[in-house]
Ligand binder design. Structure first.
Ligand code: SF4
Length: 442
């Protein structure tokens, strides 16, 4: 039996798709190769913006077109919040919410032989006592650096955000299960794991006894199963001085933090219901930079939130310009039905949102280029990916501080951490380097 799976949205969705694919593989199924028809098509949807929801619908239609006769399963945040939208597409067999997502492989395998005319909807309402849903199988997909989802959901309800409505309250994977998950990935030969969650900094507050992300990291460090750990996005108010001190001394945690800033204007931050102000954010970034001068520090920015004046935007721009951030992810505001911001009347014109998004993306590029320049002629530990770079044929890897670096070398270097010195930047804007100490290869 063959399946196809299309994933939209965040790292957590990617992790969950990998886990579903892995579980199906254990049943003897395989992913379709190019030109083959699938018996089952799965779309793991996203609804964080109106565009993501539209792309999710497009992905369903594409699967229907490309795999006529296949059983179609649609899951993810869009399926959870608006199952009727999915059902309207026609031709879909299953609409599965988040709380039954890990049951998808079993459901598919058990039901494929039976005829099914009507769409089956399994979307549970969100319960405050929902448990952490364990993945149906260890997930690693085709990645060199697999994700491990250790936390799900969020209790914050920022006014623009649909995620707590889609994924429910914050829940954490028990500590022992995280350690076992990492051990498993280590045994399979993975060098780096990216710890992911919807609200990663809330890790452990729901566990019995309660714990914290930093305590988990300390525990992992006592018996590291992999060479490198990377944190996905973490809220600015959760990057405490204790966390920064820990990261700067950690032998395995990568010097890389990704902080959702969203706005540099205090009034906008307040209306977004974000629990910090611009001064707090600036102090956090400077503290990280002082302790870890080589660290990659990324930020998400939401442009055109209702009521964002040109002056408010300029404050955001200026704040980012003056801080040692190394890259930006810029998103135009998208009103999501069911969130308070959907009702806010003082929307920013499309033209202004476009211009502001463009300006910030350019600033992000400048920041990234400056960071690359600062890292030229330096030594880096680079984890080499399984696949060569498509354009150049060179090996491609990621430094601990999140720089893509191209190197010459043979296949034996793949999935190894090698010492590299950077020497230039290629026409596509990627750093190029050479292996300096082959004997140091891990
Ligand atoms: S912290 Fe705010 S933006 Fe992030 S998932 Fe929770 S509600 Fe959404």
């Amino acid at each position: 039996m063959k399946f196809e799976i299309t994933t939209l949205g965040c790292k957590v969705n990617q992790f969950e798709s990998d886990a579903i694919a892995q579980a199906l593989t254990r049943h003897g199924w395989r992913r379709v190769r190019q030109g083959e028809r699938a018996d089952v098509g799965i779309v793991n949807t996203c609804t964080v913006t109106g565009k993501a929801a539209m792309q999710s619908r497009q992905a369903v239609r594409k699967l229907l077109r490309q795999h006529p006769g296949a059983r179609i399963v649609v899951t993810g945040c869009y399926a959870q919040t608006t199952p009727e939208d999915i059902e309207k597409i026609g031709g879909v067999h299953y609409v599965i919410g988040h709380f039954d997502k890990s049951d998808i492989p079993r459901l598919i395998v058990a039901s494929l032989a039976k005829a099914q005319a009507d769409v089956v909807r399994r979307v549970q309402t969100i319960r405050p006592d929902a448990p952490f849903s364990m993945p149906p199988a260890p997930a690693y997909g085709r990645r060199t650096r697999p994700f491990l989802k250790i936390q799900d959901g969020c209790d914050r309800f920022c006014t623009y955000c649909i995620v707590p409505h889609a994924r429910g309250p914050s829940r954490s994977m028990p500590v022992e299960a995280v350690l076992e998950g990492l051990n498993d990935l280590g045994r399979k030969g993975f060098r780096e794991v990216v710890l992911t969650g919807i609200h990663l900094g809330a890790y452990g507050t729901d566990l019995e006894p309660p714990t914290r992300l930093i305590d988990l990291l300390k525990r992992i460090e006592t018996q590291p199963a992999v060479d490198r750990l990377r944190l996905s996005s973490i809220e600015p108010d959760e990057v405490t001085d204790e966390m920064v001190a820990f990261l700067s001394a950690s032998p395995i945690c990568c010097p890389h933090l990704h902080l959702p800033l969203q706005s540099g204007d205090d009034q906008v931050l307040e209306r977004m219901r974000r629990p910090y102000d611009s001064r707090y954010f600036a102090r956090t970034v400077r503290t990280i930079h002082a302790a870890l001068p080589q660290a990659a520090i990324g930020a998400d920015v939401l442009v055109g939130f209702p009521g964002e004046s040109q002056a408010a935007f300029t404050r955001t721009y200026d704040l980012i310009a003056e801080l040692p951030l190394t890259y930006l992810h810029v998103f135009p505001f998208s009103p999501r039905p069911g969130t308070p911001a959907f009702q806010f009347s003082d929307r920013v014109s499309e033209k202004a949102v476009k211009a502001r998004t463009h300006a910030l993306r350019q600033l992000g590029q400048q920041k990234h280029q400056a960071f690359q320049q600062a890292n030229l002629g330096r030594g880096h530990d680079v984890l080499v990916e399984h696949r060569r770079d498509r354009n150049t044929g060179l090996l491609k890897g990621i430094s601990a501080n999140y720089l893509t670096i191209l190197i010459e070398g043979d296949e034996r270097l793949m999935n190894r951490i090698v010492a590299v010195e950077t020497s230039g930047i290629d026409p596509d804007g990627r750093l190029v380097g050479t292996v300096t100490e082959p004997q140091s290869i891990k």
